[in-house]
Design a binder for this molecule. Structure first.
Ligand SMILES: *Cc1c(COP(=O)(O)O)cnc(C)c1O
Length: 379
């Protein structure tokens, strides 16, 4: 029987370039933009996504996502836009989940009509909500789970099965879960996308994206990527490789810390609601349990009406307000004033995003210190 390598081993060793010259412990960085021309199909070039350091990331991410192939990009949005444009053309239709990352939402709303691509947003997260939006010309179904900021869970397998029967390509934004907590290809999804700026990087110092899928699907995305040009530099690939070595370790701690904070905040009389898939009170807890390997480092909570979310944030001593997430440091934002500020008050209320809702990216500090900072800010 073949021994299957564990996730920590994969994070550390998979795809690493052997330093043949000096035997160093890490992948050398190859900054070359010119390589010997072998034949028309075999040329290496950064914008062709096939330099040695780019291939390290491809191998590592493919192994973590249980995919045949993967490709790195210069940002999460480069990964998302290139994947969508690879599979959509004028006259096609795409179904999007209604709760989406703001940048994805802007791309769809601001740009799709200029390319003649039609789209619909679901009215909920059940497979039936996706199915009812399908038209004759629907080519892609796109989801994001857990979602931002309420950590709602989409039934990945049910949507994938429904799409497969109709020959529709499925894509998922897997950023919030990370490949350690969720492997969507195992559940029937065709293409899994990450903002690697978040957990894969984990130290708030790299902008990158990755996409994983079958060999044929990734080939198609790479060919589109050659034209759009969102390739990741070799130096950034090196930094990302370094980050991914500790990904499994970091995610275990993010999961542990977030569960602790969610449990403790649930007991706090100054907090009215806590949203975390790992809580039994979460509306999709059983579904999350069935499709995730861990519940992740993101949670949100609502302060009781007597508290002002802005005053609360100013009183935090360690946790910093920040739009970004998934770093080793804990960060917080108020969605009603930031990511969801462009929605009307009524739309926000319909989605369950109150003015007193705060989204917390639980970092890797000692969990008691994170809790203590929140509790002292509430007194
Ligand atoms: C940050 C983020 C993105 C966009 O990634 P960038 O690296 O900023 O381009 C996409 N999806 C989700 C869920 C994100 O959090």
């Amino acid at each position: 029987m073949e021994h299957k390598k564990g996730k920590h081993t994969v994070c550390i060793h998979e795809g690493q370039i052997e330093d043949q010259q000096f035997g160093g412990a890490i992948s050398p960085i190859y900054m070359a933009t010119s390589y010997p021309f072998l034949d028309v199909k075999e040329k290496r070039y950064p914008r062709y996504f096939n330099t040695p350091n780019q291939e390290v990331i491809s191998s590592k991410v493919a192994a973590l996502e249980h995919a045949e192939s993967a490709v790195p990009f210069s940002s999460g949005m480069a990964a998302i836009s290139t994947s969508l444009f690879a599979f959509l053309q004028s006259g096609d239709h795409v179904v999007f989940q209604n709760e989406l990352y703001g940048g994805s939402y802007n791309l769809i709303q601001q740009d799709f009509h200029r390319y003649g691509i039609q789209y619909s947003f679901t009215k909920g997260l059940d497979a039936s909500h996706f199915e009812s939006e399908i038209r004759e010309n629907t080519k892609v179904i796109y989801m994001e789970t857990p979602s931002n900021p309420l950590l709602s869970i989409t039934d990945i397998r049910a949507v994938a099965d429904m799409a497969k029967k109709r020959g529709i390509i499925t894509m998922i934004d897997n950023t919030f879960a990370s490949p350690l907590n969720q492997t969507p290809l195992d559940l029937g999804i065709d293409i899994s996308i990450h903002s690697a700026t978040k957990y894969l990087s984990g130290h708030s110092d790299i902008s990158a994206g990755v996409v994983a899928g079958s060999g044929a699907h990734i080939e198609k995305i790479m060919l589109q990527g050659r034209n759009l040009g969102g390739n990741l530099s070799d130096f950034m690939c090196f930094l990302l490789e370094r980050s991914i070595k500790t990904l499994a370790l970091r995610i275990e701690k993010h999961n542990e810390n977030a569960q602790y904070i969610a449990d403790q905040l649930s007991l706090n009389s100054k907090i009215s609601k806590v949203f975390y898939p790992g809580l039994e009170t979460h509306k999709n807890h059983d579904l999350a349990k069935s499709q995730m390997h861990g519940f992740g480092g993101m949670l949100s909570f609502e302060l009781k009406a007597a508290f002002d979310a802005q005053v609360f944030q100013k009183k935090l001593l360690m946790i910093k307000p920040s739009m970004s997430l998934a770093g080793v440091e804990s960060t917080i934002i108020q969605p009603s004033l930031t990511s969801h500020a462009l929605l009307s008050a009524e739309e926000r209320e319909n989605q369950g995003i109150s003015d007193n809702l705060l989204r917390l990216s639980v970092g890797l500090e000692n969990k008691e210190d994170i809790l203590n900072d929140i509790e002292q800010a509430l007194t």
